[in-house]
Design a protein around this ligand. Structure first.
Ligand SMILES: O=S(=O)([O-])[S-]
Length: 199
């Protein structure tokens, strides 16, 4: 049952696990969908009796959402390099996180942030910011500067590219336990029913 959250993708119909006979309906649009279909059938077989429809209903957007849902392992909270969606949720709840959003100000204004009062450092400023004296960092960013030994630093952006760069920059400066959230706002917005950029 641990894989059930995979079926929370919009566009997929998840029948009740108690059904004797269930029908799995999903759109098989687009190239490369066979792989996705196989993976979902494998998951599906482990939970349900499967009766694929001959003519699956075509639900626009379904393949894209499946692809996104498979792109991160929802059973994994975090590892040494990354914090995944469920791990991030836990950290948001506990407050044990120094999150640094490296998107541009315009993106933050348009879509919002994962936590209130987030530390915003555009990706190109990260290197300089992390080398500021503590006092200057505090007056510029309104909070204490993260310490090199901190293990709760998480960079985020739109879809994981700039946050990865920021994490690597931080690590090169001695923040050896810095991590990033690969899903970024694309995943966060989608999974929380918030507006998110389409690509
Ligand atoms: O935010 S991003 O650099 O992944 S597009």
């Amino acid at each position: 049952a641990s894989v059930a959250p995979q079926y929370n993708s919009p566009g997929c119909l998840r029948p009740p696990i108690t059904s004797g006979i269930t029908v799995y309906i999903c759109s098989f649009l687009g190239s490369g969908s066979n792989d996705l279909t196989q993976q979902h059938q494998w998951i599906h077989r482990s939970l349900y009796t499967q009766y694929p429809t001959e003519n699956p209903s075509l639900i626009p957007g379904s393949v894209a959402s499946i692809r996104r849902s498979l792109s991160t392992d929802s059973s994994q909270l975090e590892d040494a390099d990354n914090v995944y969606f469920d791990g991030l949720l836990k950290r948001v709840e506990s407050g044990d996180m120094q999150m640094i959003d490296v998107r541009d100000a315009s993106e933050i204004e348009e879509f919002g942030t994962i936590i209130k009062d987030i530390c915003h450092i555009p990706v190109l400023d990260v290197e300089a910011a992390l080398q500021l004296p503590d006092g200057e960092f505090r007056s510029k960013y309104g909070r204490g500067k993260p310490q090199k030994s901190d293990d709760n630093i998480v960079f985020t952006c739109k879809k994981g590219i700039r946050s990865l760069k920021a994490r690597d920059t931080a690590r090169s400066l001695g923040y050896s336990k810095a991590r990033h959230y690969p899903g970024g706002w694309m995943e966060w917005g989608r999974k929380n029913n918030l507006p998110y950029p389409k690509e």
